[in-house]
Design a protein around this ligand. Structure first.
Ligand code: SF4
Ligand code: SF4
Length: 300
């Protein structure tokens, strides 16, 4: 009898929601386990050492020295490495730390918050890296499954393709290409701005069938790769970009600002609270902005 290929799931800095997303396949997970032996996954299996394997799913981002060790160990032991989730692919929510220095982060987390009265800094835990980085900047990554968390059907599709020795297909278009919301005025050439303010859906007479942007509600689906099945926009939540930039786009934030500037009055855009945190919410460590600031700090 032929041995089944082996699969491991390794965790770096993150919330482990990506692993829960695999479990969210429910009974379909049996179809995967029929084809593969899951031999390491700290979230659900008590195995301490990373074993050699055919496929490794790595979730979480590179945020401390331990993450670097784990990632390098995975690279040595796995034939194919898949970055799972936005943290691994683009830095994700954890990557927002890159708006601050390591010292500012430590100061805030351990000295400002109310639960640490003693102001004691931890010394026996892995040290934070200067910046949060994406997995592919530390080790060789063969495939990426973006999303925060990635959708179960996409995980299944990619794993099934690899187990059948096929090349997994990745979406190439943006979310707007599969969004069912309609445009009434957006595509009609006009000198007038469509909206003069940035609002939340509860502040306007929100129309469910209409594109968020036409109603002044910030949605960055146009700068975000498709493939999430529109789970947020279909639930009346604007897209915040967890699927990351399009394949040939390296800076999702720039693409979003550039697109928005062509619709919203630029003054309103600049006044918006935390614009950078919004458009780079999932992809700051993957962006050009991060690379420039990293290079500058390394030169200093
Ligand atoms: S991508 Fe999202 S779900 Fe996955 S580890 Fe990061 S924060 Fe958690
Ligand atoms: S901007 Fe948002 S709401 Fe508008 S079409 Fe694109 S994904 Fe849909």
């Amino acid at each position: 009898m032929t041995e089944k290929p082996t699969l491991i799931i390794a965790n770096l800095t993150g919330c482990t929601g990506c692993v829960i997303s695999i479990l969210d396949l429910h009974e379909e997970i049996l179809e995967i386990l029929d084809k593969v032996n899951l031999i390491y996954c700290p979230t659900i299996i008590d195995v301490k050492e990373i074993p050699t394997c055919d496929i490794a799913l790595v979730n979480g981002t590179i945020g401390n020295e331990h993450d670097i060790e784990v990632a390098k160990d995975v690279e040595k032991k796995a034939k194919k490495v898949i970055a799972l989730g936005s943290c691994a692919c683009f830095g994700g929510i954890c990557g927002l730390r890159n708006f601050f220095t390591k010292e500012e982060t430590i100061e805030y987390a351990y000295k400002t918050i109310l639960t640490n009265d003693s102001n004691v800094l931890p010394s026996e835990v892995p040290q934070l890296t200067e910046f949060v980085d994406v997995v592919q900047n530390v080790i060789n990554v063969d495939y990426r499954i973006p999303g925060c968390p990635p959708i179960p059907s996409m995980i299944k599709k990619v794993l099934t393709a690899l187990l059948e020795s096929q090349e997994p297909e990745q979406p190439t278009k943006n979310l707007c290409s599969e969004c069912e919301k309609v445009h009434e005025n957006m595509l009609i050439p006009t000198k007038e701005f469509l909206t003069f303010q940035v609002v939340a859906s509860h502040e306007v007479d929100y129309k469910e069938e209409l594109c968020f942007l036409e109603q002044g509600i910030l949605c960055i689906g146009f700068a975000t790769r498709a493939g999430c099945e529109g789970r947020c926009v279909n639930s009346n939540l604007p897209c915040r970009g967890c699927m990351g930039p399009l394949e040939k786009e390296v800076d999702q934030g720039c693409a979003a600002i550039s697109g928005l500037a062509s619709i919203f009055p630029i003054g309103q855009l600049i006044q918006q609270e935390d614009l950078s945190g919004t458009v780079y919410r999932y992809s700051l460590p993957y962006s050009i902005l991060h690379r420039i600031s990293k290079d500058q700090k390394e030169d200093d």
